[in-house]
Design a protein around this ligand. Structure first.
Ligand code: ASP
Ligand code: MG
Length: 414
């Protein structure tokens, strides 16, 4: 069996939902698990509603917009979905969960986007006589209570999927939500853009013949076509290469998607929902030598933290360990680290609050030294670079804050 994942862009309007149904009809070749994200920019809209609700500001207009937007799609599809149920659910979550911390509160509200989109898709498939069972991913994907980036409990998830999804697939497709999950009592989420990861979890547990991610690009490209119009398609990637490029900002697939597939040797197909007959990209095996073009990734919103532990001595390994531990303690994962004789440079994703805490802590520890930071930087990574000058041309006259080069990878912080 196959796992298909459809992102928000593929179901942004009624025409999109119809197109998705056609793809399901033509390409599943048997009952499949269909994982769907919230429609269009719904998750962004829900984030705004969360912020308004949490601050006790008026969110009625924002909810009304969300409601109208979905109602138009439901009407255009001539299906019946009780949207007022979901709108009431959002309001209930906003009003009833005020005792929660912000991240927990966020998950309870934002998750409704996927409940709506999957209900609409399921209803439309039924109307088209495509047999399907709607399932609540919160009862299938189990996580701990790390809000907004739930850590999957594989044992429990495997058991839940085996008990319900496997039998359901005997008779129909299973339509479920990406991104959302559950712990004992509450809804959790897997991180923004996490629906790809949901697809990989299902594929892993069900030993699917593949995970198909349907995108608005023809394939994985060697750069973001919005920034680099000359970007070319990459027909095949190893799991290893795909992990490297998604980690450093190739936003085509969520970085967590690859490992669960690699573990069970399940291929990942990145395909176009606009032109489904195009070959797309296949990501599989590490046992193949592939001749890649240079692949350029941009990761915006980076902070550089520069640490001089002491003004009178070299950086030693003990100090490195201390620095590392401060970042581990605050769960801020390091994108790049570079050590010089007297200084250490650490690059992390922008996170104002955490960075301030870390800086204060490091300043206290290294009171003989100095700690500085620069934010709002951009990390450019080029895999399989060929021209060493490439780095200079990306710098475009600017002096990089940091450069790091290995045989395969060149990185510049601007
Ligand atoms: N709807 C969620 C988001 O926009 C998850 C996803 O699209 O994968 O982040
Ligand atoms: Mg999305």
């Amino acid at each position: 069996m196959k796992v298909f994942k459809f992102g928000g862009a593929s179901v942004k309007d009624a025409a999109g939902v119809k197109n998705v149904a056609t793809i399901i009809k033509n390409y599943t070749g048997g009952n499949a698990v269909i994982v769907v994200s919230a429609m269009g920019k719904t998750t962004n809209a829900l984030e705004q509603i969360v912020n308004l609700g949490y601050a006790k500001n008026d969110y009625n207009e924002a909810i009304n917009q969300l409601y109208k937007h979905h109602q138009i799609i439901v009407d255009d599809l001539h299906i019946h979905v009780e949207l007022s149920y979901f709108i009431d659910l959002i309001i209930q979550q906003i009003e009833g969960n005020r005792y929660m911390t912000y991240p927990q509160y966020y998950d309870q509200v934002v998750s409704v986007g996927e409940l709506i989109s999957s209900s609409i898709l399921s209803a439309y498939l039924s109307q088209q006589n495509i047999a399907n069972t709607w399932m609540d991913a919160r009862t299938l994907i189990a996580t701990d209570n790390t809000w907004r980036t739930g850590v999957v409990n594989w044992e429990k998830t495997t058991q839940q999927i085996a008990e319900t999804v496997t039998p359901a697939l005997q008779t129909a497709h299973v339509v479920t939500q990406g991104f959302i999950a559950g712990n004992q009592q509450n809804t959790t989420t897997l991180g923004r853009e996490g629906s790809d990861y949901t697809g990989a979890i299902f594929a892993n547990i069900l030993l699917a013949e593949g995970l198909w991610i349907w995108k608005d690009v023809p394939a994985v490209l060697n750069a973001d076509p919005k920034l680099y119009p000359d970007a070319i398609e990459i027909p095949e990637l190893t799991y290893y290469e795909a992990t490297e490029i998604t980690y450093y900002g190739a936003s085509v697939i969520h970085p967590k998607t690859i490992h669960p597939l690699e573990q069970k040797s399940i291929p990942l197909f990145v395909k176009s929902f606009i032109n489904p007959e195009l070959p797309g990209t296949v990501i599989q095996t590490n046992d193949k030598v592939i001749d890649y073009p240079p692949i350029t990734m941009e990761k915006p919103n980076q902070t550089l933290i520069s640490i001089i532990p002491s003004k009178v001595s070299f950086v030693d390994d003990e100090q490195m360990a201390i620095i590392y531990n401060v970042f581990i303690k605050h769960k801020l994962s390091i994108n790049i680290i570079q050590k010089a004789a007297q200084s250490v440079s650490v690059v992390v994703d922008d996170n104002d609050d955490v960075t301030r805490i870390i800086k204060d802590e490091l300043k206290l520890i290294f009171s003989q030294g100095e700690v500085r930071s620069n934010n709002n930087l951009k990390l450019i990574t080029i895999r399989n670079y060929i021209v060493t000058k490439a780095m200079k041309s990306f710098a475009n006259g600017q002096t990089p804050y940091l450069e790091q080069v290995t045989r395969k990878t060149m990185q510049v912080l601007l």
